[in-house]
Write a protein that binds this ligand. Structure first.
Ligand code: F6P
Length: 564
């Protein structure tokens, strides 16, 4: 994947061995794998950076892992890890490095890439972000009419939304004390629904917007930004409806109510963001890998810079492990290999993400982009069509809620599905009131009991139950559904950083083996282009007759509704 031509994975010797090995294991039920090897927990569980990764409920054995590790060697995973972390141009279709790991290098470190010390540039950008955060936390950032800011609305989509949204939700308990009260919100959808709600509730005098867009061309974000700008100007300028506020100029409003975060300072300036309020990042940070830098501004606003740096430190600990640990001990490598085994050899193409902690509510949505936008590809780095499966369909939601929604399919449907269960070991120790603490800790135990019970039943099926005599077919459970469990010692900024980095690197390992580029997203580009053409037609500026019958019918239905 770093540009050198290599054999496709399905022609590698270890791939062939794995195919035969899979045939031998095909009819072995997971419960029998446990039956014949009582040491599976020890064999298949690893710990690092406050995380425990239990891969013992994967439908594999020691030989499988040995062959998979051979496949990783043959596919060049160790060299690719080095290429990624040292800033080689691993994103071949866009001819640039993918240096999100540089965003979490510790202060004082350096990383020279193509003659530039990227670590120094990263630390400068974090220092600039820290200054903005400090002003907002001190209540010193004033809106155009002189009032301190109360609401910060992040306008961004995809990687400029999902990462910050997920982390701010997960770490909401980590708000620093004694700061000026600030609420952080997110609006991503181009239809304006989230924004419309905020505009009816928030005072424009005390609301600012963060325009987060790597490209600063994304119509979803710019359409929200334009609506927000006109709302502010309409309400605060001399033609506004706000009797209490003195009239202020549009220029001052844009200056005081917008921060821009982008890799394009020119476009931010063109839009009107004042240079002091522009935060930079670089083309070599992929959107879905960008929460670690200035796109993380909403995170830093919620948890403070100290905790933000802890998040980075946790991710960096995982980066070091990824670089230094032998493959057989390397958590991202092992997690990636489990996925390869499931997709390519057991033909399991559905993957569910199931956190048992409400704070991780947006983790599945975040991973959906990370995994499927990265590895939802069917062309190798050398431009050949693949003839093997790549990224599975990945979806999820909070496990306890999903138990009452789609677990039926996991237990008794016809699809094989692999699940990732994610939970913290400790929770609620810091709840001040002893009675509430006792109750909440009992609820945490209940959640863990359910988490462990579900992975066990998915593995064992009927055998998880006491034998209570014959049962009709509709009350039978076949089991044999593989799963991974990731336990966090506690959910902290540092363990969350490590968890996210674990999945980022897992995605990379799989991309290397599949020989695809995980850092571009050309599939999404086509949709954007076609939407622009379609918009022209909807706006009566294009040729409707060029469209297919269905699209024509839909547009005509919309035109008819507009006439009513
Ligand atoms: O549409 C896909 C995408 O390009 C994602 O990769 C990206 O995270 C998102 O759009 C937002 O892009 P930007 O940050 O440039 O607005």
């Amino acid at each position: 994947m770093v540009g050198s031509s290599r054999a496709t994975p399905d022609t590698l010797p270890a791939w062939q061995t794995l195919k035969q090995h899979a045939q031998a294991l095909e009819h072995v039920h997971l419960k029998n794998l446990f039956g014949t090897d009582p040491g599976r927990w020890t064999h298949f569980t690893r710990q690092v950076a406050g995380l425990t990764l239990d891969l013992s409920k994967q439908r594999w054995d020691d030989d499988t892992l040995e062959h998979l590790l051979a496949l990783a060697e043959e596919a060049g995973v160790p060299g690719a890890i080095d290429a990624l972390l040292s800033g080689k141009r691993v994103n071949v279709s866009e001819n640039r490095p993918a240096l999100h790991t540089a965003l979490r290098l510790p202060p004082g470190s350096s990383l020279e890439v193509e003659g530039e010390d990227v670590a120094a540039a990263v630390h400068d950008s974090l220092t600039q972000m820290e200054r903005l955060v400090a002003r907002l936390h001190a209540g010193q950032w004033r809106g155009a009419t002189g009032k301190p800011i109360r609401h910060v609305v992040n306008l961004g989509v995809g990687g400029s939304d999902l990462g910050p949204l997920m982390v701010t939700h997960a770490l909401a308990d980590y708000q620093p004390e004694g700061i000026h009260p600030l609420e952080v919100h997110f609006a991503s959808t181009m239809d304006g629904s989230q924004l419309a709600d905020y505009l009816t509730r928030f005072n424009p005098e005390t609301t600012i917007f963060v325009l987060s867009s790597k490209s600063f061309t994304t119509i979803d974000t710019l359409s929200n930004a334009n609506t927000a700008r006109d709302w502010l100007i309409g309400r605060l300028s001399k033609h506004g409806e706000l009797p209490s506020a003195s009239p202020v100029s549009a220029e001052l409003i844009i200056r005081q109510h917008f921060i821009g975060v982008s890799a394009s300072p020119e476009k931010m300036s063109e839009w009107g963001i004042t240079p002091d309020h522009q935060l930079m990042f670089w083309e070599w940070v992929g959107g879905r890998y960008s929460l670690w830098g200035t796109i993380g501004l909403p995170i830093a606003l919620v948890v403070g810079m100290e905790n933000f740096r802890e998040l980075l430190a946790g991710a960096h600990a995982m980066d070091r492990h990824f670089r230094e640990a032998p493959m057989a001990e390397n958590l991202p490598v092992l997690l990636g290999l489990a996925g390869i085994w499931n997709v390519n050899f057991l033909d399991i193409r559905a993957h569910s993400i199931l956190p048992y902690d409400g704070r991780l509510e947006y983790f599945a949505a975040y991973l959906e982009q990370l995994e499927m936008e990265s590895n939802g590809k069917s062309v190798t780095s050398q431009g050949q069509a693949v003839n093997y499966s790549t990224c599975p369909v990945l979806w999820g939601q909070l496990g306890p809620n999903a138990q009452h929604a789609f677990y039926q399919l996991l237990h008794q449907g016809t699809q094989p599905v692999v699940c990732d269960f994610i939970a913290p070991l400790k929770r609620y120790d810091d709840v001040a009131d002893p009675d509430t603490r006792r109750h909440l800790k009992a609820q945490h135990r209940l959640a863990l009991a359910n988490c462990f019970a579900q992975s066990r039943v998915l593995m064992l099926g009927d055998d998880a139950l006491e034998d209570d005599g014959p049962r009709p077919e509709h009350k039978r459970y076949r089991g044999n559904q593989p799963s991974t469990t990731v336990l966090l010692d506690q959910l902290t900024p540092s363990t969350l950083g490590a968890l996210i980095a674990l999945y980022e690197h897992k995605v990379f390992v799989q991309a290397v083996i599949w020989d695809i580029n995980p850092f571009d997203q050309w599939g999404v580009e086509l949709g954007k282009q076609i939407a622009t053409d379609t918009q022209k037609i909807i706006d009566h500026q294009g040729d409707l007759t060029r469209m297919d019958a269905s699209s024509r019918g839909l547009i005509e239905a919309f035109w008819a509704a507009e006439q009513e």
